[in-house]
Design a protein around this ligand. Structure first.
Ligand code: PHE
Length: 351
């Protein structure tokens, strides 16, 4: 039986034939398995006499099957190596590449424009202490303006006993930078801010850029010139017209809301869109609210460790996402944060 089995294995024509043999010999119903089973019914003496031969048969068959299988595999590999060739001259398939997100792009553009005006970039934490986010900005506890911010609070208390929150604006970076660096100062602070708000023009997370100039003789004229200069550079138009309106922020005094004039243009497909430029008072034009600003409140300067009789300055805070929408013609803020590459490509943000 052994000779027969080994001869059959040696003669197997392909892996399928070999597998059929394996099942016939060592499978549950296989002939070698059947022989092995007879061992159980034998007397100890008989088992001692016949056992080694049967076990030897099983081992020899298993070994022959394994080496025959290996031989088939080696032959198959040799065959593939001989016939398959990689053509290194074929062009590789193009890999998908990412691109800069419009928000990052606008932040980079703004940092560059302000760098030319002598502004450094400052940063602060997104998880903020309510002292920096509110109190030091002249919004003591129970100040009604705190309620306007729809703040995300953390349940845990800060070490100093204050509350921790997701910063609702980049203005706390004003305080942090004055405390850390003193005066004079010329900084912008770009970053994420959070408010519990969501519709087509509001997302719970959005981006702001804070501007802060502190020096000895700063006045509103410097603020207006700075904003005009940066908006002309950013929108690449000389005809940008600003309108300053009196407003209220606890951390600036006086406070000014800044509007920019736009014209309504018809697109080739018949829709109308707003294009910045010109006075908003001209026919077919309008004013759009762009940012909040003002002269830094004396109390903020004081709480930031500086003497308000020596130092004063201006600050502004503007929405980066809205600026990106205006520059690149997007109309739904929420799409900014969907991560849809087709949307990005539609607005020209693909490599
Ligand atoms: N922090 C204000 C806001 O988020 C904007 C602002 C910044 C206003 C600086 C005045 C000065 O609405």
């Amino acid at each position: 039986m052994k000779r027969e089995a080994l001869a059959a294995i040696a003669a197997a024509a392909d892996p399928a034939a070999l597998e059929a043999l394996r099942v016939g010999l060592l499978g549950k119903q296989g002939s070698v398995s059947a022989l092995l089973k007879t061992l159980g019914a034998m007397s100890p003496e008989e088992r001692q006499a016949k056992g080694p031969a049967i076990q030897g048969l099983r081992e020899a068959v298993a070994e022959a099957l394994a080496s025959a299988k290996q031989a088939f595999e080696a032959a198959e590999l040799a065959e593939r190596l001989a016939t398959e060739r990689v053509d290194l001259t074929l062009p590789a398939p193009e890999a998908a590449r990412g691109s800069v997100h419009p928000v990052s792009q606008v932040m980079d553009e703004l940092a560059e424009i302000f760098a030319d005006l002598g502004f450094a970039v400052a940063t602060g934490p997104e998880i903020e202490d309510d002292w920096y986010n509110f109190t030091a900005l002249n919004m003591p506890e129970s100040h009604p303006a705190r309620a306007m911010h729809d703040t995300f609070y953390f349940p845990d208390q800060a070490p100093k006993g204050g509350k921790m929150l997701l910063r609702t604006h980049t203005s706390p970076v004003q305080v942090r930078t004055m405390l850390a660096e003193g005066a004079p100062l010329r900084i912008i602070a770009p970053g994420r801010v959070y408010r519990s708000d969501s519709d087509a023009t509001h997302t719970p997370m959005f981006h702001q850029i804070e501007g802060l100039v502190i020096d000895r003789d700063i006045h509103l004229g410097h603020l207006k010139w700075t904003l005009e200069t940066f908006l002309k550079a950013f929108f690449e138009r000389e005809d940008i017209v600003l309108r300053l309106r009196p407003s209220y922020f606890p951390f600036t005094e006086p406070s000014v809301e800044v509007d920019v004039g736009f014209a309504i243009e018809k697109t080739p497909d018949g829709r109308s869109r707003r294009v910045l430029g010109g006075s908003g008072d001209e026919p077919g034009h309008g004013w759009m609210e762009l940012l909040g600003s003002g002269m830094v409140n004396r109390r903020v300067i004081e709480m930031s460790g500086l003497d308000p009789n020596e130092w004063q300055g201006f600050a502004f805070g503007l929405g980066v996402d809205r600026l990106a929408m205006l520059k690149y013609g997007m109309d739904d803020l929420r799409a900014f944060f969907d991560g849809d590459a087709r949307w990005l490509a539609h607005y020209g943000f693909s490599p």
